[in-house]
Ligand binder design. Structure first.
Ligand code: KIV
Length: 288
């Protein structure tokens, strides 16, 4: 079994040019597949709100929900670098609140790092969490928690002026002490500049290939989420198709009497005549 990575391994990978690969998932079952497949990192993302709970966005996700899912992922992947995702509202009120909630991820879900969205606007919260001894991954560009303010899930930094704001956010996150940065939904050229400029690992989701690694949601990459697939996601298999077909086959077989077969049944090891006698006795009692 591969040794669990540390932040130093992530820096070493950047140094040697090895791409780090992470996936976003939310439960023990899929976490165990990721660990077996050799995933470098898992993000237990607040996209759980959309994928598992069916909300239209990530805003309703709470700390308690995030912690429960991070715990499940940790149980399924005890040897994989795990990042907890701070949900909307868990780090916006005060630096004290941000530290308190980040600590919950560490104490209750045994995470290796936390991630939070935003740049200049949340730099003081990043600094406070870092000063408390935790590892912070910044997340800028298309930040789903503020999709309402952005007018939807839209790519960011597509003009020189908008790119400047992304670069300012990247610098603020780095200067606040974040150890890694995730860029989401920005043109490759913009990500390339940030990657060139910052000494910390810069990862991308929908940010092109000029990065230190890539992230995808399991829901997109494995074909689980049917409502929407972002332009940048590649589908490596079709779980929704396989699962729907499996369910249809199950329904058909039960209705047609083809399931269960003898191999799916437990054997009675007692005396069948005695069983009959028990049945007769119980039947009489039941009638009374
Ligand atoms: O919650 C999530 O899925 C994320 C990814 C978009 C990186 O934050």
């Amino acid at each position: 079994m591969a040794k669990k990575k540390t932040i130093l391994d992530l820096y070493q990978m950047k140094e040697t040019g090895e791409q780090a690969v992470w996936m976003v998932l939310y439960d023990a079952c899929f976490a165990s597949y990721a660990e077996e497949a050799g995933m470098d990192m898992i993000l237990c993302g607040d996209s759980v709100g959309m994928i598992v709970y069916g909300y239209p966005g990530t805003v309703p996700v709470t700390m308690d929900v995030s912690i429960a899912h991070a715990q499940a992922v940790r149980r399924g992947a005890p040897n994989t670098y795990l990042i907890g995702d701070m949900p909307f509202g868990s780090y916006h009120i005060s630096a004290e609140d941000a530290v308190k909630n980040a600590l919950r991820f560490y104490k209750e879900a045994d995470v290796d790092a936390i991630k939070l969205e935003g740049g200049v606007a949340v730099a003081d919260k990043i600094r406070a969490i870092v000063n408390a001894g935790m590892v912070v991954f910044g997340h800028i560009g298309l930040t789903p928690q503020s999709s309402a303010a952005m007018g939807g899930f839209k790519a960011q930094g597509r003009t020189a002026e908008a790119a400047k704001a992304i670069i300012e956010d990247a610098i603020a996150v780095y200067e606040a002490g974040a150890r890694c940065l995730l860029l989401e939904g920005v043109p490759e050229e913009v990500c390339a500049y940030v990657h060139k400029m910052l000494p910390i690992p810069v990862y991308g989701i929908g940010a092109g290939a000029d990065t230190d690694g890539q992230v995808l949601l399991a829901a997109d990459a494995l074909g689980m989420y049917k409502n929407f697939t972002p332009k940048f996601a590649k589908k490596y298999c079709d779980i929704a198709g396989v699962a729907t077909q499996g369910m249809a086959d199950y329904i058909k077989e039960v209705k047609e009497g083809q399931f269960p077969t003898p191999s799916h049944k437990y054997k009675f090891t007692g005396d069948l005549e005695q069983l009959d006698a028990v049945f007769e006795e119980m039947k009489d009692k039941f009638k009374k």
